[in-house]
Design a protein around this ligand. Structure first.
Ligand SMILES: [Zn+2]
Ligand SMILES: [Zn+2]
Length: 407
C-alpha cells in the first residue's frame, strides 16, 4: 500500500509544489538574507497547524510534527539560499533579480520539504516518529546556516537527520547514496607572496614574486600525485592568481608592462575525504610555499580556512534511505554505492554530530536538454524529480520505527 499511497499523495500536491518552487526561483535570496523564502516555509507549516520557530540560525525555520507516543525524532533538512550568479536559462519563471539565481536547486529543496510536510501531516496517523522540518539558510557560504542553526539547537532531541539534493547527472526516478564519506571537506587558502618590485629591465635589483608564484603554482600540481596515496582522494585547485596593476575589467590596457610588482596573491581550494589526507595536503602546500619563498628571498603569508566538513553517511541511516528508495523505484534505479564526490555541502556539519544520510535525487532529462550540473548558469531540473524527492522523504519518515529509550 505504502508505495502507491505515497506517490498518489505526491501527485496530489505536485502542481502546488511546482508553483511554490517557481515563485521561489523567481525571487532568489542569498546567504542568510532569505527572509522571503523563510516566510513561505513558515507560512506553509503554520497552515498545517505545525508549531514553527523562526529566526533559528538567523533566518532558519524549524517545524515540529509531533506524533503521540513516539520516542524518536528524525529531522528532514532543506536549504533555501540561491547563488550570486546570473541565470542564463530561458525558463518562463527565470530569476527576476539580476546576478542572483537558484542554480543549485535549493528552490526545489524548499518546495519539496513543504510538500513533504503537507503529506506527512495528512498521514500523521501512520507515523511512529516525530518529524522536524529544517529549512536552512546559507548553505553556499561557509561558515553557514548549518552551523548557525546547530548553535541555536536545531539538533536537540533529534536522533537522525536526512537531506536530499537534486542532481542533474542522474535521471528522474533515480536515487544515489553511499555509506561513509559522500561529499568532501572543502577548505580554502589565501596566499600573499611578497618580493621586491622594480624596473622590469633591472630584474637583478628585484625579487620577482611573479616567477616565484608561477613556480609555486606549477609545483602544487604534484601535491596530490606525489603525496597522497593513489587510493585516497584529494583535489588542490588554484583559482586565483593576481600580480601587477592590471584592472581585471580592462585587461592589460594601461597596465604597467615595464614594472615588476612587489607582490602576488594566490588562492584556491582543497577537497579531501579524510582528515589525514587533508593534513598532509595542507602541510605540503605551506612547505612548498616556504621553500620557494626562502630559496628566492621572498616573504609569504599563508591563511588556510577549514570549510564544510565531510558529509558522512551513517550505515543505519543509509539502510533506511536505500530501503525507502528500493521500495519506491526498485533496485535498478538506486545507484548504490555511488562513489563519493569532492563537492562540498554544509549538511556535513550535521553528519559530524548525529547519524545522518544524504541522498542525491536524479533531476536530469537528456531529451529535454536538462543536463547542466549545479552552479552552471544554465542549470535546470526536470520538475518531475520533485515527486521523487517528496516520495523519498515521506517514505523515510513513514518507515521509521520508534526506538526504546532508557528510562
Ligand atoms: Zn551549490
Ligand atoms: Zn546545493
Amino acid at each position: 500500500m505504502q508505495k502507491d499511497l505515497i506517490f498518489q499523495q505526491c501527485h496530489h500536491h505536485f502542481n502546488d509544489i511546482v508553483a511554490i518552487r517557481r515563485d521561489i526561483h523567481q525571487h532568489p535570496e542569498i546567504g542568510f538574507d532569505v527572509h522571503r523564502t523563510a516566510g513561505i516555509a513558515a507560512d506553509a507549516l503554520h497552515a498545517l497547524g505545525i508549531p514553527v520557530k523562526t529566526g533559528i540560525g538567523k533566518t532558519g525555520v524549524v517545524g515540529d510534527l509531533e506524533v503521540p507516543g513516539a520516542t524518536k525524532r528524525i529531522a528532514l533538512r532543506a536549504d533555501m539560499d540561491a547563488l550570486p550568479i546570473q541565470e542564463l536559462t530561458e525558463v518562463p519563471f527565470k530569476s527576476k533579480i539580476d546576478g542572483k539565481a537558484h542554480l543549485c536547486g535549493h528552490d526545489a529543496h524548499t518546495a519539496m520539504l513543504i510538500g513533504t510536510a503537507r503529506i506527512l501531516s495528512h498521514l500523521r496517523s501512520s507515523l511512529k516518529t516525530h518529524v522536524r522540518f529544517v529549512f536552512q539558510p546559507s548553505e553556499e557560504v561557509f561558515p553557514g546556516g548549518a552551523e548557525a542553526m546547530m548553535a541555536d539547537g536545531v539538533l536537540e532531541d533529534v536522533d537522525e537527520i536526512y537531506g536530499i539534493h537534486v542532481f542533474p547527472l542522474y535521471g528522474v526516478g533515480e536515487y544515489a547514496t553511499c555509506v561513509g564519506p559522500m561529499l568532501a571537506q572543502s577548505d580554502t587558502f589565501r596566499i600573499t607572496l611578497t618580493g621586491k618590485g622594480g624596473h622590469a629591465a633591472f630584474p637583478h635589483l628585484t625579487v620577482d614574486p611573479i616567477v616565484i608564484g608561477a613556480q609555486f603554482v606549477t609545483a602544487v600540481q604534484s601535491i596530490v600525485a606525489r603525496n597522497v596515496n593513489p587510493l585516497d582522494s584529494a583535489v588542490v585547485s588554484i583559482t586565483q592568481l593576481h600580480g601587477g596593476d592590471a584592472n581585471l575589467q580592462e585587461g592589460l590596457t594601461g597596465a604597467a608592462l615595464n614594472v615588476i610588482p612587489p607582490q602576488v596573491l594566490i588562492g584556491g581550494t582543497v577537497r579531501t575525504l579524510q582528515k589525514s589526507v587533508q593534513t598532509r595536503v595542507r602541510e605540503q602546500l605551506e612547505r612548498l610555499l616556504a621553500g620557494f619563498a626562502d630559496a628566492n628571498n621572498a616573504a609569504y603569508t599563508f591563511k588556510y580556512q577549514e570549510g564544510c566538513p565531510v558529509t558522512y553517511n551513517h550505515e543505519p541511516c543509509v539502510n533506511a534511505a536505500t530501503s525507502a528508495a528500493r521500495g519506491l523505484v526498485g533496485e535498478d534505479n538506486l545507484i548504490f554505492p555511488v562513489p563519493p564526490i569532492l563537492g562540498g555541502e554544509d549538511f556535513g556539519c550535521y553528519s559530524q554530530e548525529i547519524p545522518a544520510c544524504f541522498v542525491m535525487v536524479g533531476a536530469g532529462n537528456e531529451e529535454k536538454g536538462i543536463v547542466n550540473m549545479c552552479h552552471h548558469p544554465q542549470f535546470d531540473i526536470d520538475e518531475n524529480c520533485m515527486i521523487y524527492g517528496m516520495a523519498l522523504l515521506t517514505s523515510l519518515a513513514i518507515h521509521q520505527t520508534s526506538i526504546e529509550k532508557p528510562i
